[in-house]
Write a protein that binds this ligand. Structure first.
Ligand SMILES: Cc1cc2nc3c(=O)[nH]c(=O)nc-3n(C[C@H](O)[C@H](O)[C@H](O)COP(=O)(O)OP(=O)(O)OC[C@H]3O[C@@H](n4cnc5c(N)ncnc54)[C@H](O)[C@@H]3O)c2cc1C
Length: 325
């Protein structure tokens, strides 16, 4: 079992990413002794985030501070983290499988000559060994991987696979200067947000998603109405995006976004595997479908069998009534 576990934190716009807390939760579950769970964060002016992180990392937090890491650039991250991981003696290095991690984590593994297990959904133990579980074949199969040899193992975790448990408290923050080893950080001239609409689905706590069963673009208004009543975001399976009923950034699934909200409401979605891999990490799944044998019901916490054109207006009414009460 891993004695020393290091979590690499990620932050954006002055806040820790939710996936970092998920990685810390995984670390605390796996550790023999919580004191061996530490974290590292890079940035400038992020003292408050390092303090917050310390409440999750009983083994302490190292904050690399400097203008070179004010913004993420892969070369500098790989240099600073590579040196630090070697020095720290960490056996297991965890992070969330974010776009940022997909960019630099493989390079870090190459520099450290360390094994990398990406996009894990569970970590199990088999005697003294850790077994990393990851979905393969578009989510149809679970692969169980073990790692041989000495040195650190790098593992990135699928969003939603480890719902945050709660901060155990107790860590201290140590500040270190960045030594970028002469690497010139890339100059970021500007960051242009992509077409993500009014909400970031990956961070949304409530998502109401519609599928082909909604019917057409006009009827999709029902999905928006329920989302609005609940204060949630609107997602979709692939057919409504392909048909132009909604924008493509709303697509959830293997060729769309992976989401893990507290509540996911699937309306007229059958539950094809390509959709499930994008939302099965949700904490509570409510499915509305007129086919009682639809595969989505096997994933759902609550299932409503019936016509969504009747059920959704009733749900909206009930939500509004509960809010007025
Ligand atoms: C390489 C590849 C990548 C893909 N990537 C994605 C992806 O990222 N995301 C994704 O979603 N799909 C993806 N797909 C497509 C996927 O295989 C399915 O075709 C798709 O998810 C089906 O969408 P759906 O459930 O909305 O439609 P359907 O499978 O047609 O299901 C519609 C459901 O609505 C129900 N229904 C119909 N009318 C009503 C009503 N009035 N009231 C209640 N229920 C009703 C039906 O019973 C049915 O279960 C991908 C496919 C491939 C090959």
């Amino acid at each position: 079992m891993a004695k020393k576990i290091l979590v690499v934190a990620e932050h954006r716009d002055g806040a820790l990413k939710g996936i970092t807390k998920e990685a810390l939760t995984a670390a605390l579950q796996v550790a023999d002794d919580a004191a061996e769970v530490s974290a590292v964060i890079l940035g400038q002016g992020v003292d408050a985030l390092a303090d917050e992180l310390a409440s999750w990392a009983p083994g302490g937090v190292v904050l690399f501070e400097g203008s070179e890491v004010e913004q993420y650039t892969p070369e500098v991250y790989v240099k600073v983290l590579g040196d630090f991981i070697k020095e720290s003696g960490a056996e297991l290095v965890l992070t969330g499988n974010s776009y940022q991690a997909i960019d630099y984590f493989p390079r870090l593994a190459a520099v450290l000559d360390a094994p990398l297990v990406p996009d894990c959904t569970a970590i199990e133990s088999d005697g003294d060994k850790l077994v990393f579980v990851r979905k393969v074949m578009n989510g149809k199969l679970d692969a169980r991987c073990t790692v041989n040899g000495e040195g650190p193992t790098l593992v990135s975790l699928q969003q939603g696979a480890f719902p945050p448990s709660g901060a155990p408290g107790g860590g201290a923050v140590e500040k270190k200067a960045v030594d970028a080893g002469g690497i010139e950080p890339r100059k970021i001239l500007s960051i242009e947000p992509g077409e993500t609409g009014e909400v970031d689905l990956s961070e949304a706590e409530i998502i109401v998603a519609g599928g082909r069963g909604v019917g057409d673009e006009e009827k999709f208004k029902l999905v928006f109405d329920l989302a609005e009543a609940l204060g949630g975001a609107v997602g979709a399976s692939r057919p409504p995006c392909d048909s132009g009923w909604v924008e493509s950034f709303r697509q959830i699934g293997s060729s769309g976004q992976v989401v893990a909200p507290k509540l996911y409401i699937a309306l007229g979605i059958s539950g094809a595997i390509q959709h499930l891999v994008g939302m099965r990490g949700s904490q509570c799944i409510v499915a509305v479908n007129r086919d009682p044998n639809a595969p989505i019901f096997q994933e759902a916490t609550y299932g409503l069998v019936g016509d969504l054109a009747e059920i959704v207006p009733a749900l909206i009414e009930a939500v509004k009534e509960s809010q007025e009460a």
